[in-house]
Design a protein around this ligand. Structure first.
Ligand code: PMP
Length: 304
C-alpha cells in the first residue's frame, strides 16, 4: 500500500504517502501495543461526510486510556486531522485509519521512554466482504479459536495486538472455504466475527450478544437505534451457536463490513439461505443514513 500518491497525517504534519515511514525497531511492531480505529466517509448530497466521527474518536481515546497510552493530541485535533486527511486525498468516500503506537525510542517490555505517535491514513475501500456478500449473504464457520477473555485482553480496547486472535480465526475460516469466522467466548457463547458484531432474527425479534467479550461496535449501536425506531424488538442476551443455526436471519455489522447478511453457519443454511427481509430493511436504513438520505440522524454525519 505504501507506493502511491496521496497524503498521510503523521504527528501533526501532512506528509506525502510514500514518506510516512517508521523504524523497524518501532516498539508497537514488536509487542502489539497500539490502538486504532476504522472509520468510513460516504458521499452525500451535501458532500463527503464521515459517519459517527465523535463516537470513533471517543473509542480511540478509551482504547488508549485502557492501555495507559498517553496521546499527544486532544480529540478536536484528531477530528480535524481526520477531516484534513480525507480532504487532502481528494476522497469522495473513504475508509479512514487512525492509529496510535509506541515509537522506537526503547526496546523490551520495560521500556519507559517511549513516545506515542499518531497517524491518520485514508483511502478508497469498497465492500469489505464483497458486494455479492452484501446482497446474497456470506458463509461462516465457528472458529476453533476462542474470543478474548475479559482478563486476558481488554475487550473494550480496539488494540492492535487483539487482532492476532481475529486473524488466526479468519485465516482458518478462509482456508476451510468460508468467508468469515464466528468466534465464541471462553464459555462457548457467541461473541462476534473477526471484525464484526453479529445479530440474528427469530420470530421478528432481533438478538445480539452482550458486549462482554465483543467490541462495542458503532455500527451495532447504529443498527440497534434504527431497529428500535421502526418498532423492531431488540434483545441483548447470551446466544449459543445453535441459536444461530435455527435463526430466520443473521447478519454481521461493522464499519468495514457495513451490514452483511449471513446465509450459512457450519454447513447449516440460515433461514431461506438468502438475505432476509428484516436484514434487508435494516441494511437499507443503514445505507440511507450513512449516505445522508435518511430524514433523521444528520447529526451522525460530519461534513468534511
Ligand atoms: N468487532 C471487532 C473485533 C471489530 O474489529 C469491529 C470493527 N471495528 C467490530 C466488531 C465492529 O465495530 P464497528 O461497528 O465500530 O466498526
Amino acid at each position: 500500500m505504501e507506493d502511491r500518491d496521496g497524503f498521510i497525517w503523521f504527528d501533526g504534519e501532512m506528509m506525502p504517502w510514500r514518506e510516512a515511514k517508521i523504524h523497524v525497531l518501532t516498539h508497537s511492531l514488536h509487542y502489539g501495543m497500539g490502538v486504532f480505529e476504522g472509520i468510513r466517509a460516504y458521499k452525500t448530497d451535501r458532500g463527503t461526510a464521515i459517519f459517527r466521527l465523535p463516537e470513533h474518536t471517543r473509542r480511540l481515546f478509551d482504547s488508549a486510556h485502557i492501555l495507559k497510552m498517553l496521546l499527544r493530541y486532544d480529540k478536536d485535533t484528531l477530528n480535524q486531522a481526520i477531516c484534513e486527511t480525507v480532504r487532502a486525498n481528494n476522497l469522495e468516500s473513504a475508509y479512514i485509519r487512525p492509529i496510535c503506537f509506541y515509537g522506537s525510542e526503547g526496546m523490551g517490555l520495560r521500556a519507559d521512554n517511549l513516545q506515542v505517535h499518531t497517524v491518520v491514513a485514508a483511502w478508497q475501500w469498497g465492500a469489505y466482504l464483497g458486494q455479492e456478500g452484501i446482497e446474497n449473504g456470506i458463509r461462516i464457520r465457528t472458529s476453533s479459536y476462542t474470543r478474548h477473555h475479559v482478563n486476558i485482553s481488554m475487550c473494550k480496547a480496539k488494540a492492535t495486538g487483539n487482532y492476532i486472535n481475529s486473524m488466526l480465526a479468519l485465516q482458518e475460516a478462509l482456508a476451510c472455504g468460508y468467508d468469515e469466522a464466528l468466534l465464541l467466548d471462553a464459555e462457548g457463547y457467541v461473541a462476534e466475527g473477526s471484525g464484526e458484531n453479529i445479530f440474528l432474527v427469530r420470530d421478528n425479534v432481533i438478538y445480539t450478544p452482550d458486549l462482554t467479550s465483543a467490541l462495542a461496535g458503532i455500527t451495532r449501536a447504529t443498527i440497534c437505534t434504527l431497529a428500535e425506531e421502526v418498532g423492531l424488538k431488540i434483545c441483548e442476551k447470551r446466544l449459543t451457536r445453535d441459536e444461530v443455526y435455527i435463526a430466520d436471519e443473521a447478519f454481521f455489522t461493522g464499519t468495514a463490513a457495513e451490514v452483511t447478511p449471513i446465509r450459512e453457519l457450519d454447513g447449516r443454511t440460515i433461514g431461506n439461505g438468502i438475505r432476509g427481509p428484516i436484514t434487508e430493511h435494516l441494511q437499507k436504513l443503514y445505507f440511507d443514513v450513512v449516505h445522508g438520505r435518511h430524514i433523521a440522524h444528520k447529526n451522525w454525519l460530519t461534513l468534511i
